[in-house]
Design a protein around this ligand. Structure first.
Ligand SMILES: NC(=O)CC[C@H](N)C(=O)O
Length: 334
């Protein structure tokens, strides 16, 4: 984890966790304060293993909080599109659980931490379950291979339309990012074929990798991420469109998997610092969910060594603390 997060920097009084977000004036002041406070942090590097991502401006910085009442609070580049990357993983897992039933999805994929980087091949070899969990590439490609549909086109439509329901607007793929990753993702192709060999791939492995690459190239904004997160916070109802996207009992399972493995080998550090289910993506997005309260989306491309947005983590920790979101921060009884 980034050393700034290790240094238990004072970030002001921690709010006591209550049933709601604080009043709108407080939330917007804290979102502004977070943007000012961390805007100058220059640590981290923009991902370049997907060549198209290297074009990102390290200065881009957007934050959005969305409450379960549908109110949003945004600042900076919160409307700038970027590819969702791994943040698609929990949402696609949610859609597949909804289509197949959570029990089947769990049995087919697994829900334990690997403790290893997101693209680890060792994790497949070391664990009897092979796929281990849907937040790392192996489990995520297997999850995508479970998407219902008679062919690749139908499976892709299922995923794109499902992600769009979480965001509450029609999402589209970034063709350049897709082409760039498709030309350079031999490692993911290898992972899918390895899983195929272990009987943990549920459609053609190359097809699954291609659809997974498409889902990672779907463009979102920090605001979209906040609304997608708020949908999970709201028991599966999109608080803006009011559409039920997911059943509540699946929602809590998806949040549990995010808490376990959403930040890969740094998921323990994240939970220790921030106390919320979250998910990162290599384009610089981070989503965090405060169940019953709302979702938080941050966009800032420079990443730490594990591939997690540096400013994204700092902002989430600050807002979790000051908005009283940490799930483990209960007030004393009596
Ligand atoms: N951590 C990520 O966001 C990785 C997603 C990326 N599409 C990959 O498979 O490498």
């Amino acid at each position: 984890m980034h050393e700034r997060l290790h240094a238990e920097e004072a970030i002001g009084p921690a709010a006591v966790s209550t049933g709601n977000l604080p009043p709108p004036g407080t939330v917007s002041a804290l979102v502004r304060e977070a943007h000012e406070r961390y805007g100058a942090v220059a640590d981290g590097t923009v991902a370049d293993y997907i060549p198209a991502l290297a074009k990102a401006d390290p200065a881009w910085f957007g934050i959005c909080v969305a409450g379960v009442n549908g109110q949003t609070f945004a600042i900076g580049e919160a409307a700038l599109p970027f590819s969702i990357q791994s943040i698609s993983k929990p949402f696609v897992f949610a859609l597949v659980c909804e289509a197949l039933g959570g029990g089947r999805a769990r049995a087919a994929i697994g829900v334990n931490a690997t403790g290893l980087p997101f693209n680890s091949v060792m994790a497949i070899e070391l664990n009897g379950e092979r796929t281990v969990n849907p937040m790392v590439n192996a489990g995520a490609i297997a999850t995508t291979s479970l998407a219902p549909g008679a062919n690749a086109e139908e499976r892709w439509r299922f995923i794109r339309e499902g992600l769009s329901r979480f965001a509450g607007r029609e999402l589209a793929m970034d063709e350049e990012v897709y082409a760039s990753e498709a030309a350079t993702n031999q490692r993911n192709q290898g992972i899918a074929r390895l899983l195929h060999g272990y009987g943990r791939m549920y459609c053609d492995p190359d097809e699954a990798t291609d659809i997974y690459t498409r889902q990672c190239a779907v463009n979102v904004t920090a605001r979209d991420l906040a609304v997608m997160g708020a949908t999970l916070a709201d028991g599966g109802v999109n608080p803006v469109t009011k559409e039920r996207v997911l059943e509540p009992e699946r929602c809590r399972r998806v949040l549990a998997v995010m808490a376990t493995a959403g930040l890969y080998e740094q998921s323990g550090d994240w939970l220790y610092e921030i106390g919320l289910p979250g998910k990162s993506g290599v384009a610089g997005g981070i989503v965090a969910i405060a169940p019953g309260k709302g979702g938080l989306g941050v966009f800032s491309p420079p990443l730490d060594a594990a591939g997690n947005s540096v400013r994204g983590q700092l902002v989430t920790r600050f807002l979790s603390e000051r908005l009283g979101l940490n799930l483990f921060a209960s007030a004393p009884v009596g």
